[in-house]
Design a protein around this ligand. Structure first.
Ligand code: ZN
Ligand code: ZN
Length: 307
């Protein structure tokens, strides 16, 4: 299985266009040793020729431009991108669908909750019907059904498994204050030929039994790297929200992500969806070095993982 990190940043990317925090300003000035990052999305393939996108970020057009594996080949109009799977309906994970409008109908895999949000509060799917069209493939994670196995016709080399995770619908959603099963999912992607598995969860507020079991079954975990501490945004004067408010588990602390990753057998433990406030972005920071000591990697745009 091949994994391409198209974007590794959280909403807003890094540096964020309107952010003057020490890290964003330092990155712009060149005084902070840190790579810029676009908003998170990855592409996965079993054969290197057919790809599925996991989330479609607002930066998708630019991300495809820099990734030769995703360029057209052969016919005058062509794309190796055969499908898109959405983890939720957040703007930074779905707005890139609009950038695919010049292509063939989008083979879209998402839950009923996400489909509903994208036809009501943020009606991207009805809009796309006037361009390329969308073929919706239902991921039956809703109500009592907390997980679902599925496959993508154009990628027979992959077996996928969606599981409900804690979280809320986006701020624009008609059911923002009434969380439902299927608002947020994580994904286990298995290479049928090799049995290697990827666990993908760019937003992971809580690690319960089901999440722990899925992570333990993966050879690579690519998970929520948004915040180092719960009150990081507040401490930096960037806003009133804690990590928990925004549906993210911070990395530090005895119940944090780094501690949760420690016992896992995975050979690759990688953080993605990193917010511009997170000190791990600064390659000279103590937090960056602490992660490396724990064998935890930090995804960057263009990172390639082969399992
Ligand atoms: Zn996000
Ligand atoms: Zn910033």
């Amino acid at each position: 299985m091949k994994i391409l990190v198209l974007g590794s940043g959280a909403g807003g990317g890094f540096p964020q266009w309107n952010c003057n925090c020490a890290q964003c300003a330092g990155q712009r000035r060149g005084t902070t040793r840190a790579r810029s990052r676009t908003q998170s999305s990855i592409a996965v393939s079993a054969d290197g020729a057919h790809w599925v996108l996991l989330n479609a970020s607002p930066d998708l057009g630019a991300q495809i431009r820099t990734q030769p594996a995703l360029h057209p080949r052969g016919r005058p109009r062509d794309t190796p991108i055969k499908a898109v799977v959405l983890m939720d309906a957040q703007i930074d994970h779905v707005a890139g669908l609009l950038s695919l409008r010049e292509g063939p109908p989008i083979e879209l895999y998402c839950t009923p909750c996400v489909f509903e949000d994208l036809t009501s509060g943020l009606p991207v799917l009805p809009v796309l019907q006037h361009y390329c069209g969308v073929h919706w493939h239902l991921l039956p994670v809703a109500g009592e059904e907390r997980s679902a196995a599925f496959h993508i016709d154009a990628l027979p080399g992959l077996r996928l498994h969606a599981m409900a995770i804690a979280g809320r619908a986006p701020p624009y959603s008609p059911h923002r204050h009434d969380p439902a099963v299927g608002d947020n999912i994580a994904l286990l992607v298995e290479d049928v030929a090799t049995g290697e598995r990827l666990f993908y969860a760019p937003g992971l507020a809580h690690i319960g039994e089901a999440e722990r079991a899925a992570m333990a079954a993966a050879s690579c975990v690519l998970v929520d790297g948004t915040f180092w501490t719960d009150d990081e945004m507040i401490a930096a004067g960037l806003g009133p929200h804690t990590a928990a408010d925004l549906g993210h588990l911070p990395q530090s602390g005895v119940r944090g992500m780094v501690a949760a990753l420690a016992p896992l057998p995975a050979t690759r433990k990688v953080l993605i969806h990193i917010n511009n406030s997170n000190p791990i972005l600064d390659e000279d920071s103590a937090e960056h070095h602490e992660l490396r000591r724990h064998g935890v990697e930090i995804a960057h745009d263009g990172m390639e993982i082969e399992l």
